[in-house]
Write a protein that binds this ligand. Structure first.
Ligand code: ATP
Length: 215
Protein backbone atom coordinates (compact mmCIF):
# COMPACT_ATOMS: atom_id res chain seq x y z
CA UNK A 1 0.00 0.00 0.00
CA UNK A 2 1.39 3.43 -0.88
CA UNK A 3 2.20 5.67 2.06
CA UNK A 4 -0.31 8.32 3.04
CA UNK A 5 1.27 11.56 4.15
CA UNK A 6 -0.42 14.71 5.42
CA UNK A 7 0.87 18.27 5.48
CA UNK A 8 -0.70 20.95 7.65
CA UNK A 9 1.00 24.26 7.08
CA UNK A 10 0.34 27.39 9.05
CA UNK A 11 1.68 30.33 10.90
CA UNK A 12 1.23 28.61 14.25
CA UNK A 13 1.45 31.96 15.98
CA UNK A 14 1.05 30.21 18.39
CA UNK A 15 0.00 26.58 17.95
CA UNK A 16 -3.25 25.79 19.79
CA UNK A 17 -5.51 22.82 20.44
CA UNK A 18 -7.58 23.57 17.31
CA UNK A 19 -4.49 22.79 15.20
CA UNK A 20 -3.37 19.81 17.23
CA UNK A 21 -6.74 18.10 17.65
CA UNK A 22 -7.46 18.64 13.93
CA UNK A 23 -4.13 17.06 13.00
CA UNK A 24 -4.83 14.01 15.17
CA UNK A 25 -8.37 13.59 13.80
CA UNK A 26 -7.18 14.15 10.24
CA UNK A 27 -4.65 11.39 10.68
CA UNK A 28 -7.28 9.00 12.07
CA UNK A 29 -9.99 9.84 9.52
CA UNK A 30 -7.68 9.41 6.52
CA UNK A 31 -5.46 6.68 8.02
CA UNK A 32 -2.39 8.80 7.38
CA UNK A 33 1.01 7.42 8.28
CA UNK A 34 2.21 10.83 9.33
CA UNK A 35 1.16 14.48 9.46
CA UNK A 36 3.89 17.06 8.90
CA UNK A 37 3.02 20.30 10.68
CA UNK A 38 4.99 22.97 8.87
CA UNK A 39 5.37 26.48 10.29
CA UNK A 40 5.73 29.17 7.64
CA UNK A 41 8.83 31.22 7.98
CA UNK A 42 7.33 34.10 6.00
CA UNK A 43 3.62 33.61 5.22
CA UNK A 44 3.05 35.32 1.82
CA UNK A 45 -0.54 36.44 2.35
CA UNK A 46 -0.55 37.96 5.79
CA UNK A 47 1.25 40.36 8.10
CA UNK A 48 4.61 39.33 9.46
CA UNK A 49 3.96 37.11 12.49
CA UNK A 50 4.69 38.73 15.82
CA UNK A 51 6.98 35.92 16.98
CA UNK A 52 10.00 34.69 14.98
CA UNK A 53 9.78 31.37 13.14
CA UNK A 54 12.28 29.55 15.39
CA UNK A 55 10.19 30.39 18.44
CA UNK A 56 6.93 29.33 16.73
CA UNK A 57 8.64 26.07 15.80
CA UNK A 58 9.80 25.54 19.40
CA UNK A 59 6.21 26.07 20.63
CA UNK A 60 4.93 23.66 17.99
CA UNK A 61 7.46 21.01 19.05
CA UNK A 62 6.38 21.39 22.66
CA UNK A 63 2.72 21.21 21.68
CA UNK A 64 3.19 18.02 19.68
CA UNK A 65 5.30 16.39 22.37
CA UNK A 66 5.20 12.65 21.75
CA UNK A 67 1.91 12.55 19.87
CA UNK A 68 2.11 9.53 17.57
CA UNK A 69 2.14 10.38 13.87
CA UNK A 70 2.51 14.15 14.24
CA UNK A 71 5.79 15.89 13.53
CA UNK A 72 7.01 19.48 13.59
CA UNK A 73 8.67 20.02 10.24
CA UNK A 74 11.25 22.81 9.93
CA UNK A 75 11.70 22.75 6.15
CA UNK A 76 10.18 26.17 5.49
CA UNK A 77 12.62 27.71 7.96
CA UNK A 78 15.49 26.38 5.91
CA UNK A 79 14.40 28.21 2.75
CA UNK A 80 14.87 31.88 1.97
CA UNK A 81 12.04 34.16 0.94
CA UNK A 82 8.29 33.68 1.24
CA UNK A 83 7.02 30.23 2.30
CA UNK A 84 5.08 28.82 -0.64
CA UNK A 85 3.17 25.61 0.04
CA UNK A 86 3.87 24.35 -3.50
CA UNK A 87 7.61 24.32 -2.70
CA UNK A 88 6.96 22.44 0.52
CA UNK A 89 4.78 19.88 -1.24
CA UNK A 90 7.42 19.47 -3.95
CA UNK A 91 10.00 18.69 -1.32
CA UNK A 92 7.68 16.19 0.40
CA UNK A 93 6.93 14.60 -2.97
CA UNK A 94 10.63 14.19 -3.57
CA UNK A 95 11.07 12.63 -0.16
CA UNK A 96 8.17 10.16 -0.36
CA UNK A 97 8.15 9.38 -4.09
CA UNK A 98 5.64 9.53 -6.94
CA UNK A 99 3.27 6.88 -5.58
CA UNK A 100 2.79 8.28 -2.09
CA UNK A 101 -0.63 9.75 -1.40
CA UNK A 102 0.10 13.31 -0.39
CA UNK A 103 -2.56 15.43 1.30
CA UNK A 104 -2.36 19.11 2.00
CA UNK A 105 -4.88 19.92 4.73
CA UNK A 106 -6.19 23.38 5.38
CA UNK A 107 -8.99 24.97 7.33
CA UNK A 108 -11.96 26.41 5.50
CA UNK A 109 -10.86 30.01 6.20
CA UNK A 110 -7.53 29.38 4.49
CA UNK A 111 -9.27 27.49 1.66
CA UNK A 112 -11.43 30.54 0.86
CA UNK A 113 -8.27 32.40 -0.19
CA UNK A 114 -6.78 29.55 -2.21
CA UNK A 115 -7.28 31.21 -5.60
CA UNK A 116 -4.94 34.03 -4.40
CA UNK A 117 -2.08 31.62 -3.71
CA UNK A 118 0.84 31.42 -6.07
CA UNK A 119 0.35 28.60 -8.63
CA UNK A 120 -2.76 27.02 -7.06
CA UNK A 121 -2.98 24.50 -9.94
CA UNK A 122 0.45 23.23 -9.05
CA UNK A 123 -0.81 22.30 -5.58
CA UNK A 124 -3.16 19.79 -7.21
CA UNK A 125 -0.35 18.38 -9.35
CA UNK A 126 1.58 17.64 -6.20
CA UNK A 127 -1.10 16.68 -3.68
CA UNK A 128 -4.73 16.24 -2.78
CA UNK A 129 -6.38 19.03 -0.84
CA UNK A 130 -8.45 18.30 2.23
CA UNK A 131 -10.52 21.16 3.59
CA UNK A 132 -11.39 21.04 7.25
CA UNK A 133 -14.70 22.62 8.25
CA UNK A 134 -14.47 25.71 10.40
CA UNK A 135 -17.20 28.27 11.17
CA UNK A 136 -18.76 29.70 7.96
CA UNK A 137 -17.97 26.64 5.91
CA UNK A 138 -21.42 26.67 4.34
CA UNK A 139 -21.08 30.10 2.76
CA UNK A 140 -20.95 30.07 -1.08
CA UNK A 141 -17.48 29.98 -2.64
CA UNK A 142 -16.07 32.88 -4.68
CA UNK A 143 -16.28 32.20 -8.46
CA UNK A 144 -12.52 31.93 -8.99
CA UNK A 145 -12.30 29.32 -6.27
CA UNK A 146 -15.28 27.36 -7.58
CA UNK A 147 -13.57 27.30 -10.99
CA UNK A 148 -10.28 26.17 -9.52
CA UNK A 149 -11.81 23.16 -7.79
CA UNK A 150 -14.35 22.29 -10.50
CA UNK A 151 -14.32 18.54 -11.22
CA UNK A 152 -11.78 17.88 -8.49
CA UNK A 153 -14.16 17.31 -5.62
CA UNK A 154 -14.65 13.75 -4.34
CA UNK A 155 -16.82 12.63 -1.47
CA UNK A 156 -14.91 9.82 0.17
CA UNK A 157 -11.53 8.92 1.44
CA UNK A 158 -11.42 5.86 -0.87
CA UNK A 159 -11.99 8.03 -3.93
CA UNK A 160 -9.31 10.44 -2.76
CA UNK A 161 -6.64 7.80 -2.42
CA UNK A 162 -7.12 6.18 -5.80
CA UNK A 163 -4.48 8.55 -7.14
CA UNK A 164 -1.39 10.19 -5.65
CA UNK A 165 -2.74 13.76 -6.09
CA UNK A 166 -5.30 15.96 -7.85
CA UNK A 167 -8.55 15.77 -5.84
CA UNK A 168 -10.29 17.75 -3.17
CA UNK A 169 -12.22 16.42 -0.18
CA UNK A 170 -14.16 18.47 2.34
CA UNK A 171 -14.04 16.90 5.73
CA UNK A 172 -16.10 17.47 8.86
CA UNK A 173 -13.84 16.26 11.65
CA UNK A 174 -15.55 14.88 14.78
CA UNK A 175 -14.44 17.77 17.02
CA UNK A 176 -14.84 21.27 15.70
CA UNK A 177 -12.94 23.74 17.86
CA UNK A 178 -13.57 27.44 17.52
CA UNK A 179 -10.08 28.34 18.72
CA UNK A 180 -7.95 30.74 16.71
CA UNK A 181 -4.44 32.05 17.21
CA UNK A 182 -5.83 35.57 16.79
CA UNK A 183 -7.99 35.06 19.87
CA UNK A 184 -5.07 33.53 21.82
CA UNK A 185 -2.89 36.56 20.95
CA UNK A 186 -5.69 38.96 21.83
CA UNK A 187 -6.13 37.33 25.23
CA UNK A 188 -2.42 37.44 25.96
CA UNK A 189 -2.18 41.10 25.01
CA UNK A 190 -5.13 41.83 27.30
CA UNK A 191 -3.68 39.77 30.15
CA UNK A 192 -6.60 37.28 30.01
CA UNK A 193 -6.33 33.55 30.58
CA UNK A 194 -5.44 31.17 27.74
CA UNK A 195 -5.71 28.03 29.89
CA UNK A 196 -7.10 24.99 27.97
CA UNK A 197 -6.84 26.72 24.59
CA UNK A 198 -3.39 25.27 24.03
CA UNK A 199 -1.23 22.61 25.68
CA UNK A 200 0.06 23.53 29.13
CA UNK A 201 3.70 23.24 28.09
CA UNK A 202 3.08 25.76 25.30
CA UNK A 203 1.33 28.11 27.71
CA UNK A 204 4.20 27.82 30.19
CA UNK A 205 6.81 28.76 27.60
CA UNK A 206 4.73 31.69 26.35
CA UNK A 207 4.54 33.05 29.89
CA UNK A 208 8.20 32.36 30.71
CA UNK A 209 9.31 34.29 27.67
CA UNK A 210 6.62 36.97 27.93
CA UNK A 211 5.56 36.34 24.33
CA UNK A 212 2.59 38.12 22.74
CA UNK A 213 2.39 40.68 25.52
CA UNK A 214 1.82 43.49 23.08
CA UNK A 215 1.02 43.81 19.36
P1 ATP B 1 -4.82 33.22 12.97
O1 ATP B 1 -5.97 33.38 13.93
O2 ATP B 1 -3.56 33.93 13.38
O3 ATP B 1 -5.22 33.49 11.54
P2 ATP B 1 -5.13 30.33 12.98
O4 ATP B 1 -5.59 29.97 14.34
O5 ATP B 1 -6.15 30.31 11.88
O6 ATP B 1 -4.36 31.70 13.02
P3 ATP B 1 -2.99 29.27 11.34
O7 ATP B 1 -1.63 29.01 11.81
O8 ATP B 1 -3.24 30.38 10.41
O9 ATP B 1 -3.92 29.39 12.66
O10 ATP B 1 -3.64 27.96 10.79
C1 ATP B 1 -2.97 26.91 10.17
C2 ATP B 1 -4.00 26.00 9.53
O11 ATP B 1 -4.80 25.40 10.55
C3 ATP B 1 -4.96 26.74 8.60
O12 ATP B 1 -5.25 25.91 7.49
C4 ATP B 1 -6.18 26.95 9.47
O13 ATP B 1 -7.36 27.05 8.71
C5 ATP B 1 -6.17 25.69 10.33
N1 ATP B 1 -6.78 25.90 11.63
C6 ATP B 1 -6.49 26.86 12.52
N2 ATP B 1 -7.26 26.77 13.61
C7 ATP B 1 -8.08 25.72 13.41
C8 ATP B 1 -9.15 25.12 14.18
N3 ATP B 1 -9.53 25.62 15.36
N4 ATP B 1 -9.76 24.04 13.65
C9 ATP B 1 -9.41 23.57 12.43
N5 ATP B 1 -8.43 24.08 11.66
C10 ATP B 1 -7.77 25.14 12.13
Amino acid sequence: MPQRIGMLGGTFDPVHLGHLRSAVELRECLSLDRVHMVPASMPPLRDKPTVPPEERLALLRLGIGRTPGLMADARELERHGPSYSADTLASLREEYGAQARLVMALGHDAFLRLAEWRTPDRLFELAHLVVIDRPDHEAPLPDTLAELIARREVDSCEALFQHPSGSLLRLALPTRMAISATEVRRRLAAGSSIRYLLPEAVEARIHERALYRQH
